[in-house]
Design a protein around this ligand. Structure first.
Ligand code: HEM
Length: 197
């Protein structure tokens, strides 16, 4: 019974009828609660946005065989290796290259010749860390292709974090920077932030 009908019956009978409480049904209570909850959410101030912490900036560095050496996964260091002068962060493959891994001897080293020759021999690694880089002379076409295959694999899988130069090249670059010569700066590459390691 709506309000007007209710009043008419009340007038005709001369007495006041009991108020119709049919509005208070479980469904209406639920709907009202939902409405109140929605309104509350709508009106309350938005929660402050919590952004995930920023990843550490990637610094493209110039390494020599000696400065690359500590990056072998020991003492909490990341694992880097070099292929054809490109230094990759292979820490994600720590199981392979980290201490005790099957390819641990490549960690912190120029792995080019070993990868090309499918060999873990010490002979494959640059002995004189302050001498010239391995110019990879004497590799046949098949070995060069194998090396390129590894390089491409690393390129797709790992982050390139720098390049490898000999101690002498590093010395030249540093003196050029100090005398203001050379247009390339310390690293001379495309990365935004380049430092010598
Ligand atoms: C008995 C011979 C060998 C066996 C059974 C073997 C086995 C394997 C296996 C199962 C993987 C993992 C592949 C994957 O999940 O992506 C792997 C990866 C690899 N192997 Fe070998 N391997 C052998 C010899 C060699 C040799 C001689 C070299 C080079 C000197 C080599 C270098 C590598 C490298 C660099 C990786 C890639 C790790 C990465 O993705 O970072 N392996 N090998």
């Amino acid at each position: 019974m709506d309000y007007i009908e209710h009043k008419m019956v009340e007038k005709a009978s001369g007495e006041s009828l009991p108020v119709d409480n049919s509005f208070i049904t479980p469904l209406n209570v639920m709907l009202l609660s939902f409405l109140a909850y929605t309104l509350y959410n709508f009106m309350s101030p938005p929660k402050p946005l919590v952004l995930p912490p920023e990843p550490a900036p990637i610094v493209f560095r110039t390494f020599t065989p000696r400065t690359l050496l500590p990056y072998n996964g020991t003492s909490g260091m990341p694992v880097y290796l070099a292929v054809r002068g490109r230094v990759f962060d292979v820490s994600a493959g720590r199981n392979f290259y980290g201490p005790g891994g099957p390819y641990a001897n490549f960690a912190g080293r120029d792995a080019s010749r070993g990868l090309a020759s499918h060999s873990f021999d010490e002979e494959m690694l640059t002995k004189d860390l302050d001498g010239p880089l391995d110019r990879l002379e004497g590799l046949d076409e098949e070995q060069k292709e194998a090396m390129q295959g590894w390089e491409e694999r690393f390129e797709g899988k790992y982050l390139e974090v720098g390049r490898l130069v000999s101690q002498e090249e590093m010395g030249n670059m540093t003196s050029q920077t100090q005398t203001g010569g050379g247009g390339e700066g310390e690293g001379g590459n495309k990365a935004a932030h380049v430092v010598a390691a």
